[in-house]
Write a protein of this length. Structure first.
Length: 264
């Protein structure tokens, strides 16, 4: 059976598969907002998913809006991670008010769901519209440069197993590079020990390279303050409180902080 995205359709299953009890991603984002002096407390969590990172930023004293395209994710976020306001929006083009936010946070490769140049331009133009002058864009994503000459993530399927609500789940994930489209495509097959049939889902991320990303950001009026491969919430070793930003952009994750230039 083919599913568009089993985890997006089942937010509780998503949190079981990707636990973050210490709210590492939200804490890392908050550290960036403080380190680079976001001009105010209003934060847009773009692609907020289940809402746990938005709620962590809210707990830090931010006024947070979480935005996502998935109705299931937003319903779950409102019920399980209250505090932020949650709205439905497409990150490839949205309008939540001119200058409505002091920072936009976009974690877990959400930015890479902009598959084309037009979609990425649409997202960055929308972020520019949403931010006050001097506002921050903080993002965390896969690093396209990692796949230049490296195949270790492509050669062998990744297999993960976990238990949720008394049912054992197993995922087998294969990645391959679609060079013409500049996409990292993913096929994931889910099996469960409750006798249900296997579920296959397919998705893709844009492969962005550091210098290419700098060019897109500059075209939309952003100055890059930091662009590095770690430490971060999904690196090994993971980011810890007080860790300074890295100086290289070679590993499989990319971490970005950019400031919107003050308009004349």
């Amino acid at each position: 059976m083919l599913s568009r995205n089993l985890l997006t359709d089942n937010p509780a299953l998503y949190e079981a598969r990707f636990p973050d009890p210490g709210r590492l991603a939200g804490r890392w984002a908050e550290d960036c907002l403080r380190r680079y002096a976001a001009p105010g407390p209003r934060v847009l969590d773009l692609g907020c998913g289940t809402g746990r990172d938005a709620a962590r930023l809210h707990a830090s004293g931010r006024t947070v809006t979480g935005a996502d395209l998935s109705r299931a994710m937003l319903e779950y976020a409102r019920a399980h991670h209250p505090g932020p306001a949650y709205v439905r929006a497409d990150l490839r083009g949205f309008d939540l008010g001119k200058g409505a936010f002091d920072a936009v946070v976009c974690l877990d490769s959400a930015l890479l769901y902009c598959h084309t140049n037009e979609q990425l331009d649409g997202c960055l133009a929308a972020c520019r519209h949403a931010l006050v002058p001097g506002g921050l864009l903080v993002a965390e994503m896969r690093n396209g440069a990692f796949f230049l000459g490296r195949t270790e993530l492509l050669d062998t399927p990744a297999v993960h197993g976990f238990e949720w609500q008394g049912v054992g789940y197993r995922s087998t994930t294969r990645l391959y590079v679609d060079r013409a489209a500049q996409l990292l495509r993913r096929t994931r097959v889910w099996t469960a020990d409750d006798g249900s049939p296997p579920v296959e889902q397919r998705s893709a991320w844009r492969l962005l390279f550091p210098q290419e990303l700098r060019r897109f950001l500059a075209a939309h009026g952003f100055e890059v303050l930091a662009l590095h491969d770690g430490p971060g919430p999904r690196t090994e070793p993971v980011w810890r409180e007080g860790d300074p930003p890295g100086e290289t952009a070679d590993a499989d994750r990319l971490h970005l902080v950019a400031r919107l230039a003050h308009r004349p």
